[in-house]
Ligand binder design. Structure first.
Ligand SMILES: C[S@@+](CC[C@H](N)C(=O)[O-])C[C@H]1O[C@@H](n2cnc3c(N)ncnc32)[C@H](O)[C@@H]1O
Length: 146
């Protein structure tokens, strides 16, 4: 069989088999729609975040989202096997994030997330120094995947 096929209108096309193709390069302009009914006002498209995670991190990377909103980036990072840290100052955002992370269930490819929730509004005690530094609040809430 040759590598040229003819369309019904008589145009020649080169046949490229799927296992010979590297796929299509990601273009400079991306078109993704944000969710139609977001749980958080600025929630981003999860397919777009998945692409960003795959393109910009490796499986041993730690993904930091210091404005994590509803946790879409953390969700994508977790599903791609990355460890992650998320921070947000809004209680609403932290609630949306924890609810989103709770939707990730154990399956063949992914473990449900185990993470430590750190509320920086609560005083942090340093046994060797006594209570001090937390009066300087940086960002109130941090979740860190264990
Ligand atoms: C654009 S939203 C993030 C949306 C997120 N990427 C998503 O998909 O849901 C920005 C977030 O930054 C948080 N934020 C703004 N200033 C902050 C600060 N100084 N410290 C921590 N979080 C902050 C806001 O509460 C808000 O949730």
């Amino acid at each position: 069989m040759g590598l040229i096929e003819w369309s019904s209108t008589g145009n020649p096309r080169k046949i490229i088999f799927a296992d010979e193709s590297d796929g299509k390069r990601v273009q400079d302009i991306w078109e993704y729609k944000d969710p139609q009914y977001p749980k958080y006002p600025t929630e981003k498209n999860s397919d777009m975040l998945d692409l960003i995670i795959r393109a910009s991190s490796n499986s041993e990377s730690v993904v930091l989202d210091c404005f994590c909103g509803s946790g879409t980036t953390l969700n994508s990072a977790h599903l791609r096997g990355r460890r992650w840290i998320g921070i947000d100052q809004s209680e609403h955002a932290i609630k949306a994030t924890t609810e989103k992370l709770e939707t990730i269930k154990d399956n063949l490819f992914t473990d449900s997330p185990e993470y430590e929730f750190i509320n920086l509004d609560a005083p942090i005690t340093y046994p060797e120094h006594g209570k001090t530094e937390n009066e300087e609040k940086a960002a109130p809430c941090v979740a860190e995947q264990l």
